[in-house]
Design a binder for this molecule. Sequence first.
Ligand code: PMV
Length: 346
Amino acid sequence: GSAQNGSFSWSAPSNIALVKYWGKKANQIPANPSISFTLSDCKTITTLGFSQKESNGAFSFNLLFEGQPKESFRPKIEKFFERVAVYLPFLKDYHFTIDTRNTFPHSSGIASSASGMAAMAVNLMSLERLLNPDMTDDYFYQKASFLARLGSGSACRSVKGSTVIWGTHEGTPGSTDLFGIPFTDVHEVFTTYQDTILLVDKGEKQVSSTLGHDLMHGHPYAERRFAQAHENLTAIKQSLATGDLDSFIKITESEALTLHAMMMTSQPYFILMKPNTLEIINKIWQYRAETAVPVCFTLDAGANVHILYPENVADKVLQFIKKELVGYCQNNQYICDKIGVGASSI
Ligand code: PMV
């Protein structure tokens, strides 16, 4: 196609961390490595229209959400463009139309920053590839993840791969603070893992992740926590490789509670779980003890609960969720998702 004008469309999924990223240094460098499952159905779909313009030293773009003008996204995109401009020198030579929508319900408490920034990054890389057609696929995806990271740290784990590691980690060759890399030494049971997201509280985030990461500066337990994330990553890689669900569950649940423990022990302190979050966790523990079904939970920086389980127990677990857990969700809402592959061009 012509590089004068045209458009690209990509979808990019959300992801759910097993070992959590919480705390960062300058330039979106994580304080510790993290690993996540890429989701499949919870995604952002973004169409990037571009047309060449006279370069006047300013960024130029229109913003649409579900086809309607959405000016409230402007500061975020402006900031993202400022951060990535040195890596994409053509940015000021174009006018862009950015039309975006999410497949998950509006203000569901599911963060759209990971999927949204990943979708922006792959679209911009498509334009760079149009200008430099010799680019390899590896370069395309690594740089897309690198750019996504500059938008929102965890977004770098939503670009490519089903299980993704981000952050320099001894014992993980190729791992880097700069972008996410697929972790492929994964037992079959994890290739079809399920994630059912219980929407406990759909309200606006009480603590932005920017503030949250900041709370780790001067946090009394920060250094020990960062070291623990390294240890947990080493251990969970082993669980993922061997299909050891017991250790997978222990690490995953402990990471979720540790994330919340960090918030409860920071200054200022926050409790982001709701009473129903705890009700759900207790029900899951009770169900697992009674049935030995390998189901566990994880949490993001909010009250919603992600329930993780193998595909071969999906019928049983969904029955349990409908019977015992749906009542704790806002408007009985939950989303059935599963492990995915990353961004795809539409
Ligand atoms: O990508 P950010 O800056 O919004 O941080 C996300 C942090 C957590 O979602 C709480 C954990 C993680 O690793 O995704």
